[in-house]
Design a protein around this ligand. Sequence first.
Ligand code: G6P
Length: 610
Amino acid sequence: MCGIVGYIGKEEAAPILLDGLEKLEYRGYDSAGIAVYNGTDIKITKTKGRLKFLAEATNEGLSMPGTLGIGHTRWATHGAPSDINSHPHANESGTIAVVHNGIIENYLFLKDYLMKKGYNFVSDTDTEVVAHLLDHYVKKYGEILEAVVHLMNRVEGSYALGIIVKENPDEIIAVRKDSPLIVGLSPEGNFIASDIPAILKYTRDIYLLEDREIVRLSRDGVTVYDVFKEPIIKEITHIDWDITAAEKGGYEHFMFKEILEQPKALKDTISPRIHNGEVVIEEMKMTDEEIKNLKKIYIVACGSAYHAGAVGKYVIEDMARIPVEIDIASEFRYRNPIFEKDSLAIIISQSGETADTLAALREAKKNGVKTLAIVNVVGSSIARDADNVLYTWAGPEIAVATTKAYSTQVSALYLIGLLFAKKRGTIEDSLYKETVKELVSLPDKVASLLKDFDKIQNFAAKKQNAKDIFFLGRGVDYATALEGSLKLKEISYIHSEAYAAGELKHGTISLIEEGTLVVSLATQENLFNKMLSNIKEVRTRGAVIMAIALEGNTEIEKEADFVLYVPKVLGNLAPSLSVIPLQLFSYYIAVGKGCDVDKPRNLAKSVTVE
Ligand code: G6P
């Protein structure tokens, strides 16, 4: 949420900042701004709206000369999107400029304190207090590093900050707490950024900053300090993935490109963990004894990662016979959960930076519960904090609506379910072998679903004016329905809800009218007849049925108006296949409606505020 970038070096800063912000726009895109030191003064340009307005306002950065600068792309929390509320924010004399990601929770208290001291505020943001407080402390203590340390002692909440000061024309200062920030190192200059893709074009050598670390970047070096201003030796992380992985590569939308990347993402996530037909998760540090003794699993996540967890609950309980409690991270962290002995918290996150999910992980750890994180972004905060990490190898995901990361999260949960089931002796050997075999075949089966789009596209074209669309399913199909419904509403803005099929008649069925579309997932053979009854119930009331079923099932055609088939697969693994047509359906509806598919309104990909 909000993207930060900073550069100090031999090159012109503004074009580099704009380029970096473009890669970070997925984090927030309601306004953007840059501050550049031009040898005499700090110049700031900021604009409401997409980054292209900032690029226009600065003539692609050319109207802002200087080799030192910071930039920001915003997802508004305090104060509506506007030029004035955009970052960077400055002190009154314009000698200090600040970009911020996070929330300063005690900003009202600090604002009051500063106003009493005569400071005038121009914006509605929490960030502006940082600029004025730094001004106050620089005047008091005479230098910026000391001012930052004092600032850290005063502000409550989360922050990644990039700071430039006119009196220090050869450095950028940065600091983080509970918001992501990395440092990039190169002979041509040094960088700060919220995320790696922003600077990958310029360098592959980075420092992953820890909470409360302060960095001083100069043209030819970077020093990292602790809160006592003692220098810290940091290890360089070398990034070996390619920037093309984070670019559109000729596709109109990242989302479509990422949908098509799912076979590879699944293969990269599954294959390295299958050895001679056995699930082997080398990174798992849990002993066989610990796995056998597991009494309970908590799965905690947000958004689509939570929906992946919903699949995980059904699958792990079914195969490994361990009770699984699934929780939305923002609820889990505050609901005072009962932590049991011999339990495990599985924390799922694409970004590894979601504020609530990170807090939930820390809550579990604090209460003595072992943690296992399923994370996509290598070196992210959740990956670093968890006791065990199982990386999903989906590669960089840029579209705000997740597709390939979700799919790999589900596959990671299959791996965990199978491993636990085998170790605990809760699965018959023949079923274990068959499930592993089918798991390995998932990438090919997904690829077979990504060959012919016409049928879905045509059906989606007919439904793009729908007011409400409901999604129904039973068992793991219900979990997939949750994800299908979220995908649709987030990118097409069509109201949608997902229901466990048997539950609809307890109220929501009253919303079904003549012509209401009900997407019905019917991949579970043991539940098929029950599902068919539910389909009949809504159909009788006028619903139009789009069904997802396994190839060979002709029964469904009698009750559905439109059927999409997925290859035959074991019931537990069906979510990996049935989600694909749902992703495509949402995608084509959103494209048909002219929505900004990769950057839906009001959303951000990385939600680093709670
Ligand atoms: C945002 C994204 C979702 C994602 C959720 C959790 O809402 O738009 O696609 O599922 O955050 O993010 P995480 O990075 O923790 O998986």
